[in-house]
Design a protein around this ligand. Structure first.
Ligand code: FAD
Length: 454
């Protein structure tokens, strides 16, 4: 049985590894194809070597030991070490006000209303107490904005967004259930959870998986973009058309695993089984941007910031992390991410535009003279489809189950975007594990190998 896996992100690589090492599939009849270079393997796990042995994770940046058991187990299985994700405290710089979490009051009742001024810290009380009411509402069908408007008033949506540091909270299409996941699963809101990153960066996971696959005899084909797919009458699988170096290559597979984001799946939609095709629009992308800024000197220490501080602002910076390697990480989404992406493009023609804008806003956050913020390097990446959220009215578990596909048809969709735990590596891995369970439960069509081994 020939199996083709499309996509070289963590979902595609992990699916290939599970199939090849699980003893149910001949590794040499498995091929993983992706549209990037070998260096880009890993998709949204992209990372660069940082300073002082650190890594600049341009994509995924941290996992929690408590919330992400699959991701943690995968890192261990790849013999990779983890280091703590720098995260110590919360600080808000909004308008002229600067406050730390431990100095905020938690005395107010959410029903008493939220004041938009930072020194009235009711939004935090709201955050901690309002969720007690949230489960009573139909989380998939009510938007977060609608719920907040009903609960504390529409004008507070922006305050809450600034305090939490996620622009997507202002999107009227974001269901309450998704907002709840955003607010309850991140280090900024989950104090005490143990957040880590792999030493050497998240992309090390992809490279380690690729090395294991090649050692098992799985072929990895780079620079091939899947452009169309057509089912074969009466037989599982499909005929696939790939574009590589301006040429088309056709390939027939008995089983196809599409570990691709929605943007790559939509051109393939006409060839998908109808029940899968109908589900593709159930999620929306969230643009994300990350900028790692290094300096001639850690100017921010004198300005009162410490390693691990995470500052949330109402500026375009949105969120700044001060790191132990002396760099600052700017991490933003939605409108703020688009703002920086515009400057990233402009910088090609006009070097310095991005640096000037960063220096100006960082100085503003720290309350120091802009001339003190002497930027050495900026490593940045804009992701138009950084992560995905479930649209209003969608039923994640049902859609996910349908997209995983029927083993009798042999076309399977997995990965972050359609996982009920979307937005996380854990979601991508959960989706692959669910697919493996489904394939394992299906009647075996090929001889089972004793042990393909690791
Ligand atoms: C900025 C950012 C921060 C994040 N932070 C975190 C975090 O802190 N913790 C966390 O757990 N997760 C985080 N995530 C999410 C995490 O990165 C993703 O959940 C995960 O990497 C998705 O893996 P995937 O394999 O599903 O998709 P992808 O990584 O997108 O992989 C898709 C693959 O398909 C390839 N491809 C696309 N189109 C085609 C085509 N037509 N033909 C062939 N190949 C194609 C791509 O090149 C890529 O190799 C973050 C993501 C971003 C962008």
């Amino acid at each position: 049985m020939k199996t083709v896996i499309a996509g070289g992100g963590v979902a595609g690589l992990y699916a290939a590894w599970r199939l090849a090492s699980g003893g149910r599939h001949r590794p040499e009849s498995l091929v993983l194809m992706h549209d990037g270079s070998r260096a880009a393997l890993g998709g949204r796990l992209a990372s660069l070597e940082g300073v002082d042995g650190s890594a600049f994770n341009l994509g995924a940046g941290r996992i929690s030991r408590g919330q992400h058991p699959r991701a943690r187990a995968l890192i261990e299985a790849m013999d990779l070490e983890t280091v703590p994700f720098d995260y110590r405290d919360d600080l808000w710089v909004i308008g002229q006000a600067r406050r730390r979490r431990d100095s905020l009051s938690h005395q107010r009742s959410p029903g008493a209303g939220v004041d938009a001024r930072l020194h009235d810290c009711a939004p935090l009380d709201w955050h901690e107490r309002a969720w007690q009411l949230a489960p009573q509402l139909p989380g998939h069908d009510t938007s977060f904005v609608e719920w907040i408007s009903r609960f504390v008033g529409e004008r507070h949506v922006r305050t809450i967004q600034h305090l939490q540091g996620y622009g997507i909270l202002e999107n009227p299409e974001l269901p309450l259930s998704e907002a709840r996941r955003i607010l309850q699963q991140h280090p900024e809101t989950q104090h005490g959870d143990d957040w880590v990153e792999p030493r050497g960066g998240f992309q090390a996971i992809a490279h380690a998986l690729a090395a294991r696959l090649e050692a098992l005899g799985v072929e990895i084909v780079d620079e091939h973009r899947l452009v169309s797919l057509s089912r074969r009458a009466g037989t599982p699988g499909a005929e696939l058309v790939w574009r590589a170096a301006g040429r088309e290559r056709r390939l027939v597979a008995d089983r196809v695993v599409l570990a691709l984001p929605p943007r790559a799946l939509s051109p393939l939609a006409p060839g998908l089984p109808p029940e899968q095709r109908r589900m593709l629009d159930a999620v929306s992308p969230v643009p994300l941007a990350k900028l790692f800024v290094t300096f001639d000197a850690p100017w921010w220490v004198d300005a009162g910031f410490a390693v691990g501080d995470c500052v949330r602002t109402d500026l375009d910076l949105q969120k700044v992390y001060f790191r132990s390697d002396g760099a600052c990480l700017v991490y933003c989404d939605s409108a703020a991410a688009r703002h920086w992406s515009g400057l990233m493009d402009a910088d090609a023609a006009c070097p310095g535009t991005l640096r000037q804008a960063l220096a100006r806003q960082l100085a503003q956050v720290a309350g120091v003279d802009e001339r003190l913020v002497r930027i050495r390097t900026v490593h940045h990446r804009f992701w138009p489809e950084g992560v995905h959220f479930w649209r209003l009215g969608a039923r994640p578990e049902q859609v996910h189950a349908l997209l995983l596909g029927d083993p009798a048809q042999g076309i399977h969709i997995c990965g972050e975007a359609y996982s009920p735990n979307s937005g996380w590596i854990e979601g991508a891995l959960e989706s692959v594990d669910a697919l493996m369970d489904r394939l394992a439960a299906a009647p075996v069509r090929t001889p089972v190998l004793a042990d393909a081994g690791r």
